[in-house]
Design a protein around this ligand. Structure first.
Ligand code: COA
Length: 143
């Protein structure tokens, strides 16, 4: 079984590893324009970065002040090994610790079944963001 390390912190402390992973996943792989990928909200968020055994950053995500989870990204070669689940459970735990009752996210349609596994339910219409189909999801943490 793989051993991972994890760091949580501000954008200031995690900008380098988080931006590196996000650039590879969103800009290079999913063709999201860099000016959309990097927004002004990062400074207000709590961030998580997961590292492999060699200390290389392989996954990241952020939790906004309004309890929205965003920028969930696992490098392609590390997918399907539980890293995304670890990331998501950590963000939910961080939200619970600060007293949040519900967490939200804007899910790319392909990822809906992934988030459903961890208690998220889709609501509202499908919409387009950064050229991809999305749907809102929420997870009532008290349930
Ligand atoms: N559809 C259905 N099930 C999925 C899935 C998908 N797209 N992705 C993962 N799962 C399932 C896995 O099979 C696994 O199930 P199991 O526990 O029964 O074996 C479980 O969810 C956990 O998967 P895990 O290996 O932890 O997920 P991951 O590390 O591959 O990360 C993403 C999932 C979505 C974060 C990853 O695919 C990713 O970074 N994609 C590119 C960026 C992206 O699209 N981000 C989402 C933006 S909303």
């Amino acid at each position: 079984m793989s051993v991972y390390q994890m760091r949580t912190g501000s954008w200031q402390t995690l900008i380098k590893p988080a931006a590196e992973v996000r650039y590879q996943v969103f800009v290079q792989e999913q063709n999201v324009p860099l000016n959309i990928e990097m927004d002004a909200l990062d400074n207000e968020c709590e961030h998580v970065v997961i590292y492999d055994q060699q200390g290389r950053p392989i996954a990241t995500a952020r939790l906004l002040p309004n309890d929205h989870i965003g920028r969930m990204a696992v490098l392609a070669e590390h997918r399907g090994q539980g890293v995304g689940a670890l990331l998501l459970k950590t963000l939910i735990e961080m939200a619970l610790i600060r007293g949040s009752k519900t967490v939200f996210l804007s899910a790319q349609l392909h990822a809906l079944p992934f988030y459903t596994k961890y208690g998220f339910n889709a609501y509202g219409e499908i919409y387009e963001d950064a050229g991809m189909a999305h749907r809102m999801m929420r997870n009532e943490l008290s349930n």
